[in-house]
Design a protein around this ligand. Structure first.
Ligand code: C2O
Ligand code: CU
Length: 541
């Protein structure tokens, strides 16, 4: 079947954390954007109407989907398409071939940090672990700004920022959170404390839930816990896991990453309430003098929701097994049954999980790209992040994919890496820096074959062991002073971006493109929509 949506994108105002914000990019008047639910084999058809009032362009990217055979639908502006102009319409249409938890977001500058994103669930028919759970819970966590993306970008791209991202004002769960109104009022911002709510999920004691967790942040990573409960991973970034994974109390989730967990409602009786907490990782807890956020210390470094045990009976769902949260006001007098697990946190680390299908990584590779994460000052004194010291610049005129199908060769350069069809590609990422970077590759799930700490953050094939156990995902954290090795098979002709999913780092240049199977470029079909959107810019493909 075809799953159809129409998305009108425009600025709206709202109070996600109590503070009136007028620079929210909403879809159909709402933030976050609509949830898309579909099944494997469906065709997704999303009509995007750009009604952004100040003339900005827009695109949408379907994070984690491979767009195999449909590379023009991938979304990154100037890479796989021309950006959609104000007043224009673009229909994205492609088959959904992969089950899992995904999300979509704008891929123009830092637009998604203004709220232009939504969750995307593709269910298997049947789901691999369907018999293990009764219903589903969807939780999103993200950072939030009271300043507009334009203000943030202008501030960030000046030498005074020192290359540090704009500090978020608050963190949100399912689109809501809480900023201290006293601080907001002092800064001259309207703040309505009674509008501050948090999501409450009512669960039936003894039932099991599939908890889908998505970090849609522009910057931060979270520690995620549910007091009194453990989390058993069953999916990582769309990859179903084998049964009996180790159980965890706390999850470390970086920007762009997703998980599904089994959550058993076996910690109490009807009436009990448990806190869901997403806390900023310690590396995000420093105060930055001179940041665009004038009171970064005022950020509530944690956002909470509630699991409430209730007699909800069997949900009678026809279209969605998702438990609909209610949004309840904060009640500061209330005490929760918290069984603290912070002292015994056992984080899910990226290498531990084993996929259901357990396809081991290829033991060898045909071609290799070594990428060093480098921050350095440019000629204007602006501190920029980059891969290999060359801050990525978007192509102008024809998008890179348009050039490829038109037979304009994309010469191999520092920020372009060409690979032949079928090649096993190894990418080594060395991070000598003091912060973690969530590395995302479009068009693929890759095998994570190794990661580790080393003094200077670089991989040494003679000293470091790789692990071919089959762990795969589409966004992986390379930690501070650490290295990462990934592999994938170049079997998806197109032009695919690889970048840090800290949106500010991508903006400053931490990105490159993989030109995959250019020898097959003539077999890529150019959809009429792609031609039309480019023609609006007088660009012809
Ligand atoms: Cu989630 Cu290039 O993006
Ligand atoms: Cu980064």
């Amino acid at each position: 079947k075809t799953v159809k949506h129409t998305f009108r994108v425009s600025y709206i105002s709202g109070l996600p954390d109590g503070v009136l914000t007028t620079s929210i990019l909403g879809i159909n008047g709402k933030y976050p954007g609509p949830l898309i639910e579909a099944e494997v084999g469906d065709v997704l058809e999303v009509t995007v109407i750009n009604k952004i009032q100040d003339g900005q362009n827009v695109t949408l990217h379907w994070h984690g989907l491979h767009q195999r055979g449909t590379p023009f639908q991938d979304g990154p502006s100037q890479i796989t398409q021309c950006p959609l102009k104000e007043g224009s319409t673009q229909v994205y249409t492609f088959p959904l071939l992969l089950p899992g938890t995904y999300w979509y977001h704008s891929h123009v500058n830092s637009q998604y940090t203004e709220g232009l994103w939504g969750s995307l669930i593709v269910r298997g028919t049947p789901e691999v672990w369907q018999e293990l759970y009764d219903e589903e819970i969807l939780i999103t966590v993200n950072d939030w700004y009271h300043t507009s993306a334009k203000q943030n970008e202008e501030w960030f791209l000046r030498p005074e920022s020192g290359g540090a991202p704009p500090y978020p004002f608050s963190v949100l769960m399912n689109g809501v959170g809480r900023y201290p109104c006293g601080t907001a009022l002092k800064a001259g911002r309207l703040c309505v404390s009674y509008s501050q709510v948090r999501p409450v999920f009512k669960v039936q004691p003894r039932k099991t839930y599939r908890l889908r967790l998505i970090n849609t942040s522009g910057w931060v990573a979270f520690n995620f816990t549910i007091s009194g409960h453990t989390l058993t991973p069953i999916e990582v970034d769309g990859i179903d896991l084998a049964a009996n994974q180790p159980v965890h109390h706390a999850i470390f989730i970086g920007a762009g990453q997703r998980y599904s967990f089994l959550l058993k409602a076996d910690a109490g009786v009807v009436g009990d309430e448990f806190l869901i907490r997403a806390s900023l990782r310690k590396e995000f807890l420093f105060t930055l003098a001179g940041n665009i956020n004038p009171a970064p210390e005022a950020v509530i470094n944690e956002v909470t929701g509630v699991i409430k045990y209730a007699n909800v009976g069997r949900q009678t769902y026809s279209s969605s097994p998702l438990v609909k949260p209610s949004f309840e006001q904060f009640d500061h007098s209330k005490t929760y049954r918290t069984v603290e697990t912070w002292s015994t946190m056992d984080f899910l680390t990226e290498m531990e999980t084993v996929p259901f299908d357990a396809v081991p990584a290829p033991p060898n590779f045909d071609t290799e790209k070594v990428v060093n994460i480098i921050f350095q000052n440019d000629e204007n004194g602006l501190r920029r992040g980059s891969f290999n010291g060359h801050p990525f610049e978007l192509p102008t005129g024809k998008p890179a994919l348009g050039k490829l199908v038109d037979g304009i060769p994309i010469p191999e350069a520092t920020s372009h890496f060409n690979m032949k069809y079928g090649d096993i590609v190894q990418v080594v990422i060395n991070n000598p820096e003091l912060g973690p970077h969530p590395i995302h590759l479009h068009g693929h799930h890759f095998w994570v074959v190794g990661m580790g700490h080393s003094g200077d953050g670089s991989y040494d094939p003679l000293r470091h062991q790789l692990n071919l156990n089959g762990h795969r995902r589409d966004t992986v954290l390379v930690k501070e002073k650490s290295w990462l090795v990934i592999r994938f098979r170049a079997d998806n002709p197109g032009v695919w971006l690889m970048h840090c999913h800290i949106d500010w780092h991508m903006l400053s240049g931490m990105a490159m493109v993989f030109v995959e199977a250019p020898e097959l470029a003539s077999s890529i079909r150019v959809p009429d929509e792609a031609r039309k959107v480019c023609a609006d810019h007088n660009v012809f493909i």
